[in-house]
Ligand binder design. Structure first.
Ligand code: IPM
Ligand code: MG
Length: 370
């Protein structure tokens, strides 16, 4: 089969990690007789530098014309990069938010899974890790605070900023259904996270989730306040199967969940709409501090490519092959610096069973094992 993949390499470590994912995809193509056609799409800081805006209409059209989009990361150092002197709607992140909205990518799936091999990189105590954990964070991606009205203005001589957290019942229902559908194929438990003790939007969230839950008697549903969830993630992460939550809470909790797995460099993600189309990207950022050094972990991007094969192209066998190759390489002891056992961090050489490798070498090792 032939597939058209839009590629947003982006900024910072983006181009380095995307190159490794393409390497692995090409190996899949060779082995399983598929052809992947890549179209580069400009978005983020690189687009600002080239054409003055973070996302052009042509870029949106190119994404829409693709079967799926694979993305690296966008943005720079918010304290030092000139991009952050621009008006908010012209900054790199605005491009990503616009693309999510334009493509109606309301369902963001972020799996957080502890690899047996990475237990030593996990910052939690052994008794908390227990038998490990495997959760799927379902983050609503096109509503809430990210897309509500916002303004900064003088009110009675005092500078005042407003952001609006708005959800309607349809937006809540469609993401809740996705979460329950996914839970049905997993361990059949949804934890819906909100702040219903304070926020109206959360009270509506809880009510609609209850309604959807009634249609899924085989899936258990519990509600958890977001502050408690932040605590439970480091206290007993094994209790979670599917975490369902709104945009901002999901942004924060998914970073936390990723660190609990050892490194944000391991966490893939898929952003889906009502069709087979999806945008696939690592959950981590552009890490400008290590860009160009060849040390970034490409695994989250490679696993995002596997999600693309699975969700957008229905290529389960091929996705399995990528995931197995990643596991194999970890089992053989290869690690990028972010997932080195904590005692060996930064020492380069490390202990006998573990070998530190760079970005391209990690990509080569995974591609070789396919
Ligand atoms: C993410 C990122 C984005 C977000 C930024 C880059 C706008 O943090 O995908 O989690 O907040 O959604
Ligand atoms: Mg984030």
């Amino acid at each position: 089969m032939e597939y058209r993949i839009g590629v947003i390499s982006g900024d910072g470590i983006g181009p380095e990690i995307v190159a490794e994912a393409k390497k692995v995809l090409d190996k899949i193509g060779e082995k399983y007789q598929h052809r992947f056609h890549y179209t580069e799409i400009l978005m983020g800081g690189c687009s600002i530098d080239a054409v003055g805006v973070p996302l052009t209409e042509e870029a949106i059209a190119a994404a829409k014309a693709s079967d799926a989009v694979l993305m690296g990361s966008i943005g720079g150092n918010t304290a030092t990069s000139p991009w952050y002197k621009l008006a908010p709607e012209l900054r790199p992140e605005a491009g990503l938010l616009k693309l999510r909205k334009e493509l109606n990518l309301f369902a963001n799936l972020r799996p957080a899974y502890l690899y047996e091999e990475l237990k030593e990189a996990c910052p939690l105590r052994e008794d908390i890790i227990g038998d490990g954990f495997d959760m799927m964070i379902m983050r609503e991606l096109t509503g809430g605070l990210y897309f509500g009205e916002r303004k900064t203005e003088m009110v009675d001589g005092v500078m005042t900023a407003v952001d609006t957290l708005v959800y309607n019942e349809n937006e809540i229902r469609r993401i809740a259904k996705r979460a329950f559908d996914i839970a049905k194929k997993r361990r059949k438990k949804v934890t819906s996270v909100d702040k219903a003790n304070v926020l109206d939007s959360s009270r509506l969230w809880r009510k609609v989730v209850e309604e959807v839950a009634a249609d899924y008697p085989e899936v258990s549903c519990e509600h958890m306040l977001v502050d408690n969830c932040a605590m439970q993630l480091v206290k007993d992460p094994g209790q979670f199967d599917v975490i369902l939550t709104e945009n901002m809470f999901g942004d924060i909790l998914s970073d936390e969940a990723s660190m609990v797995t050892g490194s944000i460099g391991m966490l893939s993600s898929a952003s889906l709409n009502d069709t087979k189309f999806g945008l696939y990207e690592p959950s981590g950022g552009s890490a400008p501090d290590i860009a160009g050094l060849g040390v970034a972990n490409p695994i989250a991007t490679i696993l995002s490519a596997a999600m693309m094969l699975r969700f957008s192209f229905d290529l389960d066998k091929e996705a399995d092959a990528i995931e197995a190759a990643v596991k194999q390489v970890l089992k053989e002891g290869y690690r990028t610096i972010d997932i080195m056992p904590r005692g060996d961090l930064g020492t380069g050489a490390a202990n006998a069973s573990v070998t530190q490798v760079g970005t391209a070498e990690m990509g080569d090792l995974i591609a070789e094992r396919i």
